[in-house]
Structure formats: structure tokens, C-alpha cells
Design a protein around this ligand. Structure first.
Ligand SMILES: NC(=O)c1ccc[n+]([C@@H]2O[C@H](COP(=O)([O-])OP(=O)(O)OC[C@H]3O[C@@H](n4cnc5c(N)ncnc54)[C@H](OP(=O)(O)O)[C@@H]3O)[C@@H](O)[C@H]2O)c1
Length: 325
């Protein structure tokens, strides 16, 4: 697997997102054993970048990743996130990037992950109640103490990125980017390139939609988080199937799968882009990592650039409201 640099940090250009191993999507499918086998298979295939977060589970996902990495920790650039659990009493789901919360959060993450350092530590969502300078100041202190190596931001807007980067270099921005979520192209990507910050697209498979495996809302269990996502609801779902059909057409002529096409298109956007497709299954991690070897022609990239735009916002109203712009 080819390696690239995101803000000075070397990672495999395809990583692994661990979120779906602890809920969210078709909860009940899969098992911890298969998830751990998936992480091990990913590492065997050259994946060196694994992404988790304190809020996933909550906490259970970091524990699972920590278990999987026993004896393999030094092969991995380990990324996790804080700021969606308030340890001052609010608990999970409460935004809190106060310096005190950052310090409490990092100790818990280190313990659950079974490590003495986190390679890439992201603020999960910008906290309107805490100036970003204060949060990054606390993170810079953790860098000085050796508890974290690099600082990341997730779903931060351009002004916040600039302010954060002025306090301490930011290695990576993580936000949603895929064939059906092109928002970062206008302002964010040029800014990241100007500042030398890497980009980590989350949900690069459109939460699974772009793989072509989800053809009806009935393919999602009732407790599946996607049931509340506008793109997976009602008329939008039906309209968005057109996008998948176009991706499938490119896949058929390339001899690749739609998931591989979605990833190959992202890789073609630049050498500073490191997507983290999520899966809890060995077969799928094999399929997704093999996208590293899929070459798209200029004509195919142009056709993919011109796909029918997605119908529906990328998150529900509550989740859109906490995105910094
Ligand atoms: N920073 C943030 O706010 C944020 C938000 C969301 C996600 N993330 C990160 O980004 C990672 C990836 O995002 P995501 O999990 O939301 O979405 P994704 O990678 O776009 O898609 C994951 C979904 O697609 C399915 N899938 C994966 N590979 C497949 C394949 N080859 N064929 C068919 N289905 C496939 C997975 O199912 P199975 O798991 O059942 O295989 C899962 O349901 C997460 O794990 C997390 O680390 C970050």
C-alpha cells in the first residue's frame, strides 16, 4: 500500500475507520471477533492508519481497537477524537473542548487504547463555548508531554482552522468527503493546501450507500443511525440510487467494485488525501484496500465529477447545526 504524508505524518493512503464496529450501522451485525480480525487483516494488507473516537460506543470502540492493537501498536498511526463527551457531568453527546475536558479525555483514551501516546488527536466538533486557541493550547501541552504526537480538527470551518494553526501546526482536517459530498472542494481543500494540512475524508463510501449494497431503506435495521439521515429517507433515497447506478457503470467497465471506484476517485483528488473507509468485515477491508491499485481514466474521473448531486443534507438538522462553517 502506498504511503502519503498528511501534515508531515506518514500514513497508508487508505486507512480504516473503526466506528461501525461499535454500533451505528446495522447494529447487531458482525461481532467483536470479526472486527478484530478485520483490523489485523487491514494491517497485514499495509493499512497503517486506524481511526476511532472516544464517543464511538461510547468508549467501547477505543477499547476494541486497543485490544486489536496489542503487540501491533507500533505498526499503526493511531487516531482518536475528544470533545463529544463532557467529563464535567454532561456525559456523552455534550460538546466540550475546554482545556480541563481535553486533559481528562486524553487519559481515558490512552488507557482504553492501551498505549502511552496517540499519534493524531482530533477535536471531534468545534466547541462554540471554548475559543479554539484555548483548546489547541491544551493540545500543544499534550504534545510537549509526549501524550499526543499530532493535532487534528474535525468538521472545522476555514476561520477556525486558521486560528488553530496559528497556535500550533494542525496535521489533518477530518470531514465528510466523497462522491456525493463535495462541499470541501470549494474552500477547505485550497486552504488546507495553502497551510500544508492533510485531509482525511470520513464516510468516503457515503455511509455505505455508494457501494451499491443498500438498495432499499429496508436494508437498514430499525436502530440503524442512517434511518435518521435525510439522504437515506423517503424520496431522497430513491433519487440517490441514480448516483449509485452511475458509479456502478464505471465499476463495470473498470473491473472494480463500486466501493473501490468511490475510493479510487478520492485518491485521484491528491496525494494529501487519506480516506478512512469503515467496515467490520474482513472481506470488505480486503475489497476496500485493493482500491489502492485501481486506476481511473481522465474520462472516468470527469464522469464521476459530474455525477448527479445528492438529494438531501448530509446529516440531520441537529448534526448539521454543530458543524462549524
Ligand atoms: N469525524 C467525524 O465526525 C466522523 C463521522 C463519521 C465517520 N467518521 C470516521 O470515518 C470512518 C468511515 O466513515 P463511515 O463508517 O461513516 O462511512 P463509510 O466508510 O462511508 O461507510 C461505512 C459503511 O459501509 C459499509 N461498507 C464498508 N465497505 C463496504 C464494501 N466494500 N461493500 C459494502 N459495504 C461496505 C460498512 O458496513 P460494515 O461495517 O457492516 O462492513 C458501513 O456500514 C468511521 O469509521 C469513522 O472512523 C468520522
Amino acid at each position: 500500500m502506498k504511503k502519503i504524508s498528511i501534515g508531515g505524518l506518514q500514513v497508508s493512503r487508505i486507512g480504516l475507520g473503526a466506528m461501525s464496529m461499535s454500533g451505528y450501522y446495522n447494529i447487531g451485525d458482525g461481532s467483536d471477533d470479526e472486527s478484530i480480525r478485520t483490523i489485523h487483516r487491514a494491517i497485514d494488507l499495509g493499512v497503517t492508519h486506524i481511526d476511532t473516537a472516544e464517543i464511538y460506543g461510547p468508549f467501547a470502540n477505543e477499547e476494541l481497537v486497543g485490544r486489536a492493537l496489542k503487540g501491533r501498536r507500533d505498526q499503526i498511526v493511531l487516531a482518536t477524537k475528544f470533545g463529544l463527551v463532557s467529563h464535567a457531568g454532561g456525559g456523552p453527546g455534550i460538546i466540550d473542548s475546554s482545556p480541563a475536558n481535553v486533559r481528562t479525555a486524553v487519559e481515558g483514551s490512552l488507557k482504553r487504547l492501551g498505549t502511552d501516546h496517540i499519534d493524531l488527536y482530533y477535536q471531534h466538533r468545534v466547541d462554540p463555548a471554548t475559543p479554539i486557541e484555548e483548546t489547541v493550547g491544551a493540545l500543544a501541552q499534550l504534545v510537549a508531554e509526549g501524550k499526543i504526537r499530532h493535532i487534528g480538527l474535525s468538521e472545522a470551518g476555514p476561520a477556525t482552522i486558521r486560528r488553530a494553526h496559528a497556535v500550533h501546526p494542525v496535521a489533518a482536517l477530518q470531514t465528510e468527503y466523497s462522491l456525493w459530498t463535495r462541499d470541501p472542494e470549494a474552500e477547505l481543500l485550497p486552504l488546507l493546501r495553502e497551510l500544508g494540512i492533510g485531509f482525511v475524508p470520513y464516510s468516503p463510501l457515503g455511509h455505505g450507500f455508494l457501494t451499491g449494497q443498500i438498495r432499499s431503506p429496508d436494508d437498514l435495521s430499525d436502530d440503524d443511525w442512517r434511518k435518521t439521515n435525510p439522504r437515506f429517507s423517503g424520496e431522497n433515497f430513491q433519487r440517490n440510487l441514480r448516483i449509485v447506478d452511475e458509479v456502478k457503470a464505471v465499476a463495470a467497465e473498470t473491473g472494480a467494485t463500486p466501493a473501490q471506484i468511490a475510493l479510487a476517485w478520492l485518491l485521484a483528488q491528491g496525494e494529501d488525501i487519506a480516506p478512512i473507509p469503515g467496515t467490520k468485515r474482513v472481506a470488505r477491508v480486503e475489497e476496500n484496500t485493493a482500491a489502492d491499485g485501481v486506476e481511473l481514466s481522465v474520462d472516468q474521473i470527469e464522469r464521476l465529477n459530474d455525477l448527479t448531486p445528492a438529494a438531501g443534507e448530509r446529516h440531520d438538522e441537529g448534526n448539521m447545526a454543530v458543524i462549524d462553517r
